[in-house]
Design a binder for this molecule. Sequence first.
Ligand code: AHR
Length: 794
Amino acid sequence: MKQARTVISVDAAAAGKAISPDLFGVFFEDLNHAADGGLYAELIQNRSFSYSGADRAGWHALTAWEPVCRGGGEAHLTVGEDRAQAPDSRPHVELRVSRLGGGAGLRNGGFDGIPVTARERYVIRVLALRPAGPPAALTVRLESTSGTAYGEAVLVPVASDEWTWYTATVEASRTDPDARLTVLAHTTGVLRLALVSLFPERTFLNRPNGLRADLAQAIADLEPKFVRFPGGCLAHGLGLDNMYRWKDTLGPVEERGQQPNLCWGYHQSMGLGYFEYFQFCEDIGAKPLPVVAAGVCCQNTPGGQHAIDEKDMPAYVRDVLDLVEYANGPVTSTWGAIRAAAGHPEPFGLQYLGVGNEDQITPEFRERFALIHTALRKHCPEISVIGTTGPSPTGTEWERGWEFARDLGVDIVDEHAYKSPRWFLENTHRFDTLDRSGPKVYAGEYAARGNSMRCALAEAAYMMAMERAGDVVQLSSYAPLLARQGGTQWVPDLIYFDNTTVHRTLNYHVQRMHSVNFGDTSLPTRLIGGPSGPGEPVIGREGISLGTCATQAEFAGILVADRSPEGWQHRTGDWQVAGGVLRQSGDGDALTVLDAVAPAGDCVLTLRARRTGGAEGFVIGFGLTPSGDHYRWNLGGWKNRSLTLQRCDDGFVHDLADPVPTVIENDRWYDLRIELRGDRIRCLLDGKLVHDVTDERHAPERFAVSSVRHSRSGDLIVKTVNTTPTPVAATLRLAGAGQLARVTATTLAADPDSGEPFAPAPAAPTTEVLPASNPVEYLFPPHSFTVVRAAPRR
Ligand code: AHR
């Protein structure tokens, strides 16, 4: 059958709806080695001998360093125990050279090697103290792993009781991604080293203490309207002592308050501190969006959320106000003067401030947030405060977060969504009905949990949904931004890198296509026609599945809508059927799918289940669609701690409701009952209602459209996402636009399953010039995101 032509009709002359000018930004968090070993251009790992077992088990003051003795040289190297002898007791190593030979000292392997490039220059800085004796000769050299020199300089620390900086610039003679920096003393006696630093001379915009140029450029190329930093979880930290304190990150690098990155299991040198963050934002034309803790630490801390003692809250609130003064105050103010002394007399123009991150909305949180909020309202009326609504875009914390923010009159709330592609495509109308008189939305962290084209397209469509609701969605940022190969705690990410390579993912291309094609006005748009053919059913009736996770179990008395499942065929796992009992005989981790159970209409499943061994419990699937999406009731998940109702879409599992603490016991029959009636799901254990959830499943959007006007240029921009395997031939009517001077189409298209972490993206956007006619004719490729940009003739 011939498919009717699709028409996209845009009212280009309409007044339209204003879109937030700051809608598309980025979120930088120091996880995945995004800062040290990442964006921060320092090439020496553990440059100030500050690593310890608190950062990571097995780490110590000499991690990433090794002692070196050349040509008979001999030195005694000590750390830690001599700290108190230093004038200001900073961590250091002491080199006690007893025999000269070819020199004795130590060398650093950087972050998985030090990358050097022929004819590039490198700045070496050493903070040293020579307590006594004649001036010491100290060679600093770039070299290969086997000791071949690529360039060197001599520094001469003189006797002093002050720590002193010695600096040299060295040009590399060779390119080597795996070089070393060696520091060799050639004078007998004692020399203390507190910090050894190596930077490429060329950092981003050649800033001192600057950023890695290629990574910073990849972020700059996104043209973000804002940068959120420094977290995420990092902002509130694991424990009160681990909270990120912005004041600790200012001033000379050797004096900054370093601390373990307990959230992500490594060390924070704080070399990339608040001054550098603000400066980077300014350099790339983005507004800064710092996040401070709301007076509570992360609830994932052992023992749960802890709150700053009430008596210490005035000082904490003062710290927050000081941050605003640091960013915005005149040079005559205390903190404005500190900013000016760092080289930036002009204010940084802080407008947004995040308070809290995914916090549990406890009474302690509420009290502390309110104190900070009230103080900001009173003293810093120029600041838009961003509150928090828990880790998920639904559920108890989300509801409490919203309610609290509404009651308090918070300007904006931060919602986080790490969900399946299907979830994003089902939620493209999420913001349409939001109360416009309440807080605005910051979609501060979202990702479709993969780097495939399927995920990137879902994100593209969600961004279009935010754009269409750009009057209430003020800000948005994908998360996480950066991930270092071999040093990653969270996947997927937007940009992957190692020491020499930067991979921009399909998701990155989507972000960029949106941000460089932003508009200030959303235009009324109608889609007539569109891809035909049946979509995936919203809830399937294909069967049920019974399974376990690291557990052995038996199931009996299985009835679906009062019928026994016919045949009891199982597709996977190691199962046996005997005497009406389905018994799992393997090691666990099996899922069996019972076919031929397709009751029309509502589905009521009853069964009995008994755990015979193992670590967790039962996993009961229902509502299966032909592609395998389904609901599951997970009894005994999270190491047998809870009952959870979940959805599994596109292979990703996410919770539909808060887990209910329960332990599944061995050798006891449980009665399970699951009712699926329309959107409502009820789960009963031993006759007791455990979950009662309404999951409003919408049909996922298959062909999404959004149109905007960029008033300054007058350009009309139409964005489409085609998630189907069929090309869509469309006529694009720009009613009221008159004749067009120029039309381009930029398209990103790829196989939906292509694209993966740590690899180059399988496709990049391509731009073609189209005939400048109105209407515009275009064939939207399968699995594609397209931006058509039309410049009306003036
Ligand atoms: O983006 C990674 C983490 O996800 C963030 O630190 C936290 O806010 C969220 O849980």
